[in-house]
Design a protein around this ligand. Structure first.
Ligand code: BG6
Ligand code: MG
Length: 224
């Protein structure tokens, strides 16, 4: 692992790292799963974290063996319906919905002149970042519409480093999902997982929750 003093920038996932929208994605998908007749389980919910909208729908259909029952048009409609459910749930997000410790973490990074970029596959990311009042803190965001492949492919984290003009070795990626950790690792960045240490076992650094993530704690884990 690289040493902490080589790090110059941080690439943030959004849902489940900056704000707890992961639970709203799950609620919105659960309705669709019920509609298509796929049993909703905690495992299915977990496997969808970090996965793009259309890929998530495919996984839900597949989990119930319904993948051949819908035309492309019907799939687009189902995905749009999910997004309507989701947009309703995130309507009233405010800066109070930033996860514990994350606002302070971002402030301390800015103070120490680290660069920040956003590596979310969510097409709703710009509006969420605005509602949280965080847009200005980031030098930029990867536009998911430009991606050939979503997470776990490394493309999004490679682009997140390019936005900061940094080589991947100087970047830490922050993620709550296994697919995201794989993406960071394959982009040759340092992966920081937030959440369950079993689900995130591939991460270089693991923190149990957002509150525990501070620059000092990261430095301590990297410099041993
Ligand atoms: C990711 C979430 O950040 O964005 C996924 O973890 C979600 O659950 C994906 O499916 C796409 O989001 P959206 O807002 O474009 O449907
Ligand atoms: Mg996430």
């Amino acid at each position: 692992m690289v040493k902490f003093n080589e790090i110059k920038g941080f690439a943030f996932d959004l849902d489940g790292v900056i704000t707890d929208t992961a639970k709203y994605h799950a609620q919105a998908w659960q309705k669709i799963a019920n509609q298509v007749g796929t049993k909703w389980t905690p495992q299915l919910a977990d496997s969808l974290k970090g996965i793009s909208r259309m890929d998530s729908l495919e996984m839900i259909l597949k989990a119930g063996n319904h993948e051949n029952e819908y035309s492309s048009e019907e799939k687009v409609k189902l995905a749009a319906q999910k997004n309507e459910n989701y947009i309703e749930l995130i309507k009233s997000l405010t800066p109070n919905d930033i996860l514990p410790g994350i606002a302070d973490l971002i402030k301390s990074m800015q103070k120490q002149h680290y660069l920040l970029s956003l590596a979310s596959v969510s097409l709703n990311a710009p509006v969420i970042m605005e509602r949280l009042g965080l847009t200005e803190a980031f030098v930029g965001r990867v536009d998911p519409a430009t991606l050939k492949k979503g997470k776990p492919d490394p493309e999004i984290y490679i682009k997140a480093a390019q936005i900061m003009n940094l080589p991947p070795e100087q970047v830490i990626g922050l993620e709550d999902a296994a697919a995201g950790i794989t993406s960071i690792n394959e982009a040759n960045e340092t992966s920081l997982g937030i959440g369950n240490s079993q689900t995130l076992s591939e991460a270089d650094l693991i923190f149990p929750n957002t509150q525990a993530v501070t620059l000092d704690a990261i430095a301590e884990k990297m410099n041993i």
